[in-house]
Design a protein around this ligand. Structure first.
Ligand code: GLC
Length: 351
């Protein structure tokens, strides 16, 4: 190749790189931390199955304030509150939020904060978003504008989470761009509030690693971890085709896979300089208890070893840690979550 041709090739390459940079869906925000600060959330429980349903009680559980006390007493510092806001917002502009629902979230949030806990308030089960994002993004922005206004001036212990588990038409690029728009709305009233960003592909590791999140000084990366899915979701009644029961977990190579997965998530966090929260992890409640506890303990300990904050899914309904019928903790799950960390190698007794 002659000098002139080389110049042309170099010029073309530079042009391609410049175009690629322009087409990056969401530019990273400035003000990013050089070293990832610790996650403000260390040990958290998803207060799932209540406001997550279309109406509270639909799935047989209503949040009692003593549940918050129980979690605080057990050593949890945070509750994640999944709320199906799309079932409590108008269909047309301005997508008005139901004041009764806001009063209910206020009650739980105020109480938890008064007990020294953080609360992550999210938008859960907005499944239409994954099919017709263009139309529903407008509505989500309207929902966030109202939540941002309603919770203006709240203590830092209130944390927002943009959207649970985008998937389908909510590709990584679309999710990054949506995060950016929602952050702009939230930041008007909440310049310094922690915000957990949505990650595509069900919040999975793949979704996280494929994201270009619009980070700033108070954003938290998120990962949902249910690997291997065939183990954690075996027999799950809410899946149309649930994986068959009888799957075991706990061999050395399976443990290594957890370490490798969480290690890649931690490397991504360190490269980006934002804290990371494993916002959901757990095992379906019909899986034999010893197997469930083994997985929960191993994943929890590995997360702590990698300085990843975590939030168990869930509390008293699916994937539960607490038995509301008997009004008592499911001992092995509680112990798996709260006992002192141990090196991963010491955890398994599985074959
Ligand atoms: C997600 C879903 C929830 C499900 C959980 C475990 O959070 O929204 O419904 O129970 O993952 O699969």
């Amino acid at each position: 190749m002659g000098l002139k041709q080389r110049h042309i090739v170099r010029g073309l390459l530079a042009l391609m790189l410049a175009l690629a940079a322009c087409s990056t869906p969401t530019p990273m925000r400035t003000g990013l931390n050089r070293v990832a600060p610790p996650s403000p959330v260390q040990r958290c429980m998803n207060l799932s199955g209540a406001l997550e349903a279309s109406y509270e009680g639909e799935w047989g559980y209503r949040i009692r304030l003593e549940d918050v006390d129980r979690l605080a007493a057990a050593g949890f510092d945070t509750i994640r509150l999944p709320v199906k806001w799309s079932a409590h917002a108008g269909k047309m502009k301005p997508y008005a939020l139901d004041p009764m629902m806001l009063a209910r979230t206020d009650e739980i949030i105020d109480y938890a904060i008064s007990r020294g806990m953080n609360v992550i308030l999210n938008v859960h089960h907005y499944s239409e978003m994954n099919k017709r994002p263009r139309r529903h993004e407008r509505r989500l922005l309207g929902i966030w504008a109202q939540l941002a206004e309603h919770y203006a001036g709240y203590p830092d212990a209130l944390i927002f989470e943009v959207l649970n588990e985008p998937r389908g038409a909510m590709t990584s690029a679309r999710t990054d761009a949506l995060n950016d728009k929602v952050m702009t709305v939230i930041r008007e009233e909440h310049p310094d509030r922690w915000v957990v960003l949505a990650t595509a592909d069900w919040g999975s590791l793949r979704g996280l690693l494929g994201s270009k999140p619009p980070l700033d000084h108070k954003t938290i990366l998120s990962l949902h971890y249910y690997e291997p899915f065939d183990f954690t979701h075996q027999g799950a009644h809410f899946l149309t085709a649930s994986p068959p029961s009888g799957k075991l977990w706990g061999k050395a190579k399976e443990m290594k896979a957890v370490r490798r997965d969480l290690g890649s998530a931690a490397d991504f966090r360190d490269a980006l300089g934002a804290p990371l929260l494993m916002g959901e992890f757990g095992v379906y409640e019909d899986v034999p208890l010893a197997d469930r506890a083994r997985w929960v303990k191993a994943v929890r300990i590995e997360a702590e070893a990698q300085k990843i904050g975590w939030c168990h899914w869930g509390y008293a309904t699916t994937f539960k840690a607490y038995d509301i019928e008997q009004e008592r903790w499911i001992g092995p799950i509680r112990a798996a979550l709260i006992d002192t960390p141990l090196p991963l190698a010491e955890v398994s007794t599985a074959p």
